[in-house]
Design a protein around this ligand. Structure first.
Ligand code: BGC
Length: 745
């Protein structure tokens, strides 16, 4: 399945090379099956040998998973009574053949516990994936993954449903906080390292939701319509590269349809593309409640997940009695059943979930440090008219307004929400329509930003105002030197945003405090872009996303300059929804169960690519993020050939140390204008220091997918390249000539 030869691998951008090198294994050895021999059989050989010894009952038991007891389903008697550590999925093992039970848990931001395990005292709540995306730091994603893998291990979970790979196509998507970015390359290299980290602990990880589950609106009835070629060049490319770089043991198919066919039963996307063209050898599990028919087994789905939810959703389990009947009737071939089982076994062996020794040591203080470091690197300074950093040695009177910032920082909601160690600082029920309404809460992680600001600013006099009304907050703002106003928005699974405003009148509160005191700094905790009608009235804006359990401290570090901000936006902030590909979101607000069609007519021109094509100036561009120092770029040299390589020098021209994230873009190509991020690198520099950077583009980012031959094609000619600070701020340009060629699949 390995797609990169050793030589090709060295051609990946340095971001990916760094990503690969962090596994501690040579890049070319990470995913290659061990050579098949008697003493050291490959995972494929072992899977074949084990499967051959199984009974049909054992085979059938392996291709379903049961949801643990949750508020929506009682404990299923098929889960043995002595199994305590249940969560999203339980599948009986086959002890006589050394096959462990398969036990899965959500998800990308830590090991969740939505009421399954009352004795579990909590896990590390890492920042949202979109914040990991804004760190532009694959290495850090890996460190987070290692920590999550260890915390899964000590709880007995050998599968993490972690690795949100959908592109943030629509700024209203409630689950964008669980995804890394709007860009295939950023999503792939960061998601791959998160998976590599988890799998390094002998825990399978899962890239999800394959594919185009890019909105939550009526997701079980959502038909995502897209041009198939554009799909290959965008969302599918993110999955393809991430799979190559990390060999995830499982892929989770989405709830939605794609061009009229349900993702979990789409033979083209599962068989022709994923398992055929890409040679994926792991298994495909469905999302929970995504399998209406047993025939999905014929179309490429290998495991039906959370079968009780299929009963709720579609009236019956699909891969149990119905599939057994089809098997007896000769409608479901033995070879396909064996293939499903072998794929599951192969992943178990390849990742090593059958070889667990004693549980690894888990240092929760260290995991908190990792969560803190991710938050520090992923928080984005959007605007700064000199108000930040705050002086720590002056007796400033600071008003901290709103956002429950006296209690904690907020998180996204749904299956990915993590219960932190020691519990939440507060939980406020929000509710809403549909099955996910019950999980929609305002979760607050301690410690609070107010406490952390007090620690970081010992000379300051800090007064908290809840932002209860604009008038009251303005009174507090008026008697202060500086105002830090928090804006929060709960987003999550099952809900798309109707617009980009802040809820509960917070926009009016921020407006009022900024009118009362122009020295206002806004800190946003959201999972998506924000409309910011008050933007021109405030001095600084910090996008903190959902910063995880150490978010309060990270916010204090950034606003006081203990940490120089280095996050960059992985998603464009539009000036208004009118600029986006879908000013109106079809189906928004229709009752649960209404068939909805969402046309992704932007095709592969997702996010910044769309704004460039339409010559639109967004509020804040993809890749944007300020620092307390300045960086200059020089000596851009671009060479061509098989792919584009760019070399350049970055210099810290300011007075403090900082980290820049220079970005290389394709801006024009034979056949027409095309914007593509080709590479990026984090460069840490002392004042006055310079560093030479070399980035080599993954060739598929320069190519088009040729549907006639089902291969990637680079057209011969000149490719225009720019080195920029964001997708809207190009500093130097160059050009490289590429040879025409067909390659890959
Ligand atoms: C979500 C998945 C999650 C699964 C199991 C579904 O509702 O879409 O992302 O892994 O539940 O909890």
């Amino acid at each position: 399945m390995r797609k990169f030869s050793r030589r090709q691998f060295s051609k990946l951008t340095s971001a990916a090379a760094l990503a690969a090198s962090t596994t501690g294994l040579p890049a070319f050895a990470q995913t290659t099956s061990a050579p098949s021999n008697f003493a050291n059989p490959s995972p494929d050989d072992r899977a074949h040998a084990t499967e051959a010894q199984m009974t049909d009952d054992e085979r059938f038991s392996l291709i379903v998973s049961l949801l643990g007891p949750a508020s929506i389903v009682p404990r299923d008697p098929r889960i043995p009574a002595d199994v305590k550590n249940v969560s999203a999925g339980y599948t009986s093992g086959v002890p006589r053949l050394g096959i462990p039970a398969l036990q899965s848990s959500d998800a990308s931001m830590g090991v969740t516990n939505p009421g399954y395990r009352p004795d579990d005292k909590g896990a590390t709540a890492f920042p949202a994936s979109i914040l990991v995306g804004s760190s532009f730091n694959p290495q850090l994603a890996r460190e987070g993954g290692v920590a999550i893998g260890r915390e899964a291990r000590i709880r007995g979970f050998n599968i993490m449903l972690a690795g949100g790979m959908n592109l943030a196509r629509d700024v209203r998507n409630g689950r964008n906080y669980e995804y890394y970015s709007e860009d295939p390359w950023v999503s792939a290299v960061i998601g791959a390292e998160a998976v590599n980290g988890i799998q390094s602990q002998n825990v399978i990880s899962t890239l999800k939701h394959y594919t185009l589950n890019c909105n939550e609106t009526n997701r079980h009835w959502l038909d995502a319509v897209i041009d198939p070629v554009a799909h290959r060049e965008s969302d599918l490319l993110a999955f393809q590269i991430a799979i190559e770089l990390s060999q995830p043991g499982s892929i989770m198919s989405g709830y939605n349809k794609i061009n009229g066919v349900y993702a979990s039963g789409d033979p083209h996307l599962l068989n022709d593309v994923l398992k055929g063209a890409w040679g994926y050898k792991g298994y495909v599990m469905s999302d929970w409640g995504a399998v209406p028919e047993w025939e999905y087994a014929l179309r490429g789905l290998d495991q039906e997940s959370g079968i009780q939810l299929d009963v709720k959703q579609w009236g019956a389990e699909a891969f149990t009695d119905k599939l057994k009947t089809a098997y007896r009737d000769g409608k479901f071939p033995k070879e396909r059943l064996s293939d499903m089982v072998r794929r599951i076994l192969r992943s178990a062996y390849a990742v090593g979930i059958d070889k667990w020794g004693p549980a690894p040591a888990v240092d929760m203080a260290k995991h908190n440090e990792i969560a803190l470091e991710i938050a520090r690197q992923g928080i984005v300074l959007l605007k700064n008219d000199g108000a930040l950093p705050l002086a720590t040695d002056r007796p400033l009177k600071i008003a901290v307004i709103g956002g429950y910032s006296q209690q904690g920082v907020i998180s996204g909601t749904g299956s990915g929400a993590v219960n932190p160690v020691g519990g939440f600082a507060g939980v406020i029920k929000i509710g809403g329509a549909g099955v996910m309404g019950g999980l929609r809460n305002l979760f607050l992680f301690p410690p609070s930003p107010v406490e952390e600001l007090k620690k970081a600013l010992p000379q300051a006099q800090i007064e908290f105002d809840p932002g209860y009304t604009p008038a009251e907050a303005a009174l507090t703002a008026k008697r202060s030197d500086v105002v830090i106003a928090f804006g929060i928005r709960v987003e999550g699974e099952g809900f798309d945003l109707p617009d980009l405003s802040l809820p509960w009148g917070q926009d009016a509160v921020i407006d009022a405090v900024a009118s009362a005191n122009p020295n206002t700094i806004v800190v946003l905790e959201t999972g998506n872009p924000v409309s910011m009608p008050w933007r021109d009235k405030v001095k600084a804006i910090v996008q903190a996303w959902y910063p995880g359990q150490a978010g309060g401290e990270a916010i204090a570090d950034i606003v006081t300059g203990k940490v120089n901000p280095s996050g960059r936006l992985p998603i464009t902030f539009p000036a208004s929804l009118a600029q986006t590909p879908r000013p109106e979101l079809s189906g928004l607000g229709t009752p649960w169960g209404t068939p909805v069609t969402i046309r992704y007519d932007e095709g592969a021109e997702v996010g910044y690519r769309w704004y460039a094509q339409k010559s639109q100036k967004p509020l804040y561009a993809f890749g944007h993020g300020l620092s307390y120092t300045n960086f200059s770029y020089s000596d851009l040299k671009v060479s061509g050939g098989e792919t584009v390589t760019a070399t350049f020098t970055v210099t810290n021209t300011g007075k403090v140390a900082g980290t820049d994230v220079p970005q290389i873009y394709l801006t024009d190509a034979p056949g027409g204008k095309r914007m593509r991020l080709l590479g990026f690198e984090r460069v840490a520099l002392q004042p006055g220091e310079s560093r030479a950077v070399r980035l080599t583009a993954e060739p598929r980012l320069l190519a088009r997918f040729d549907a006639k031959v089902s291969r990637w094609r680079i057209a011969e000619g000149a490719y225009q390249i720019a080195l920029g600070k964001s997708a809207s701020d190009m500093v130097l340009t160059g050009s490289g000539d590429l040879k025409g060629r067909l390659f890959g699949k």
